[in-house]
Design a protein around this ligand. Structure first.
Ligand SMILES: [Zn+2]
Length: 428
């Protein structure tokens, strides 16, 4: 009977001592933290004036009251957005239409305004940003100076703030439609080329010297027209309705293992071939992926001859027949995943099946990376999800097709599959 209370008392005492020690150790820290908080709070400027100016705007009876207009962002619409665009335009940050649609262009202008005014450049127009924007102290746009002194030359593969500034500038001028991500990829190169060709400069896609100066010049011209690709330069369409002729021969084939470093990608078959230009684009793409920490790629298919496709097709039909399907049913089932000879893109040497060894490709970090980035290297996801009715194929996240960046980036930006793209480009 006496043991229990003793133990209990001991535990209680220990707990109490612990608490007291805890208070002595923690209390000063808490007080310190609180002091820090108070200091920080006092140092942060009270945003009264800014809030007031926004509220005034909102309360204006001549305008539709917009009670939630304290926070404008991509997707916002209406008069508050129009007012924002007008003001940004007035100050020289925005060159687009005053249409009341808060799109990427408006967000980019807001970001420019924010970074020039020492605000977090997040493209969201909140109380603070709107307050500064409508205040008399708002500055007019000062064009980003040439990113100097070091990067006097920017070209494909470069990364960093100088590239970001270049992309933003090209975007402001309408030459670039991709992400301002500080990564000089194929799309950025195309934008530089477009700028050069429209401004009578040597077209090399490299931003250096005269090109860089011209891009950042205060009177740099905006993009003239969205150039329509010459129909004869459109990518070759190969599908069920557009088969290649039986004697078709793919051009400029190379054995992939001979040209692609094994350290970058594993080519599953020693005889897998591909078009030389497309293979070079593959290498660039895998190098970029590696730089992003994504490795472990495998190429499991490339060029296929007519005869090989015929065999592939016949083998699958035979497999279905052996499972009990009728010949007709087997052919129909085969057609869902294997192209009829002549109708496979693999005949062109421009299509590749990219995988990860011994894994279902879909959902891997490689697949996610490729889905997002292949466009910058001239590839398209040829059979995307949601386009099955148009392409005639079940979605294939592993099958990419080389078309060149001038086409791939447009397809990405419009969410067009190849059939849609060619239709759009040949319609006019
Ligand atoms: Zn394929």
């Amino acid at each position: 009977m006496r043991k229990k209370p003793t133990v209990f008392t001991y535990v209680l005492c220990a707990a109490l001592v612990g608490c007291v020690i805890g208070v002595f150790i923690l209390a000063p820290k808490t007080v310190e933290a609180y002091r820090g908080y108070v200091t920080e709070r006092d140092a942060t400027p009270t945003p009264t004036a800014l809030t007031a100016s926004v509220l005034q705007v909102t309360e204006d009876p001549n305008n539709t009251p917009a009670p939630t207009a304290m926070y404008l962002r991509v997707g916002s619409t209406g008069d508050e957005v129009k007012r924002l665009q007008t003001r940004l335009k007035e100050l020289g940050f925005y060159a687009g239409d005053v249409d009341g649609q808060y799109g990427q262009g408006t967000a980019a202008a807001v970001k420019l305004f924010q970074s020039q005014h020492g605000l977090t450049a997040d493209g969201l127009a909140g109380t603070e940003t709107l307050g500064d924007l409508y205040s008399d102290a708002a500055q007019t746009y000062i064009p980003t100076p040439t990113p100097s002194p070091t990067p006097s030359l920017l070209s494909k593969g470069d990364k960093g703030d100088a590239v970001r500034a270049l992309q933003q500038r090209l975007k402001d001028l309408g030459y670039y439609t991709g992400n301002v991500d500080g990564d000089f990829g194929g799309a950025t190169q195309e934008a530089v080329r477009l700028f050069q060709s429209q401004n009578s400069m040597d077209v090399d896609g490299i931003s250096g010297g005269a090109t860089l100066t011209a891009i950042f010049a205060s009177d740099a011209p905006s993009v003239a027209i969205t150039p329509t690709p010459d129909p004869s330069t459109l990518p070759l369409l190969v599908n069920k309705d557009h088969p290649v002729a039986e004697g078709y021969q793919a051009q400029d084939l190379v054995v992939l293992r001979n040209v692609l470093p094994a350290s970058l990608v594993y080519v599953k078959g020693s005889d897998i071939q591909g078009n030389r230009e497309a293979a070079a684009a593959l290498q660039e793409m895998f190098e970029a992926a590696k730089a992003d920490g994504i490795t472990g790629w495998q190429i499991s298919a490339g060029y296929r001859s007519y005869a090989y496709q015929q065999q592939l097709f016949d083998d699958q039909v035979a497999a279905f027949v052996s499972q009990g399907k009728s010949k007709t049913a087997a052919i129909s089932a085969t057609r869902l995943t294997i192209a009829d000879p002549g109708t496979s893109e693999h005949h062109t040497g421009l299509a590749f099946d990219i995988t990860v060894a011994d894994t279902i490709f879909k959902g891997t970090k490689q697949q996610i990376w490729m889905n997002k980035n292949c466009w910058d290297y001239g590839f398209i996801i040829r059979y995307p999800e949601g386009k099955e009715k148009i392409t005639g194929y079940v979605a294939e996240c592993w099958h990419i097709r080389y078309v060149g960046v001038q086409h791939s980036t447009v397809m990405r930006d419009h969410d067009w599959c190849l059939e849609e793209y060619i239709e759009a480009m040949t319609k006019q």
